[in-house]
Design a protein around this ligand. Structure first.
Ligand code: ADE
Length: 241
């Protein structure tokens, strides 16, 4: 069955953008997933199709109206399978992790509500089951690039999308560690040699070396991930983060 991405946005022309290229683009062309955009402006009010207004309490910028967004969202929800998650990308959300991506990819699809301006009215988020998700601790000008990041991460996990099934299992985060470093030809470049062990043909030793390298990178660069990994040492079977 085709995995469905439904994107509500004021800028439908931004899509598919990078999602139309490479791995995701090929999967889109092959019908592994579908991408539909819905112009929020179509539900705007009055002659100017207004979708936003000034914030109560004062302050800079504009806030997207809950009634307008709800009309746009209801129209989309009527056409997707029950239980399809609705995701609102926002720097105020909880951090998107690979476990979330696996959950989304394992379902029938996602509805993504892209906000612009300062944000959207809080009451809509309270009244509807909307997951607020951040892709990192920095602020984008809108939800669209974040939606693309999320969708890219989901699509590559869909059955048949990745060339080698193994590459999905071995990569960063599948075991809560960063990926080990990679090398290819030439064997020596600018006086730097590929680690001997990788040329040895000794598969078990290579696997041990890579695991140690993963642990070292994680400890040095991501103490937050390392703390989780170390804390669950010996607990097999789960797959944080
Ligand atoms: N919209 C603006 N900034 C964002 C972020 N960091 N993550 C998700 N959505 C956003």
């Amino acid at each position: 069955m085709t995995w469905r991405a439904e994107v509500l946005t004021l800028f439908p022309e931004m899509f598919p953008g990078p999602l139309g290229q490479s791995l995701a683009g090929r999967a889109l062309a092959d019908g592994v997933w579908s991408l539909r955009t819905h112009d929020i402006r179509a539900h705007g009010l009055g002659r100017h199709r207004a979708v936003d207004d000034t914030p109560f309490g004062g302050g800079a910028g504009m806030v997207m109206r809950p009634d307008v967004l709800d009309a746009a969202l209801s129209a989309v929800m009527a056409s997707v399978p029950q239980g399809t998650p609705v995701v609102y990308p926002t720097p105020r959300g909880r951090l998107l992790r690979q476990a979330d991506v696996r959950r989304y990819a394992g379902g029938t699809g996602v509805v993504v509500l892209c906000g612009r301006y300062e944000g959207i009215d809080e009451r809509l988020l309270e009244a509807r089951a909307i997951e607020q998700v951040s892709i990192g601790d920095y602020v984008l000008s809108g939800g669209e690039p974040a939606a693309m990041v999320m969708l890219d991460a989901c699509v590559r996990l869909l059955p048949g999308v990745m060339g080698s099934a193994l590459s999905g299992e071995e990569e960063s985060f599948s075991d809560g560690l960063l990926e080990y470093p990679l090398y290819t030809r030439p064997e020596t470049w600018e006086g730097r040699s590929v680690p001997d062990i990788l040329l040895s043909g000794h598969h078990a030793a290579i696997a041990r070396w890579r695991h140690a390298a993963s642990e070292m990178a994680t400890r040095q660069r991501r103490p937050d991930l390392w703390a989780v990994h170390a804390g669950r040492a010996g607990r097999a079977g789960d797959d944080l983060p």
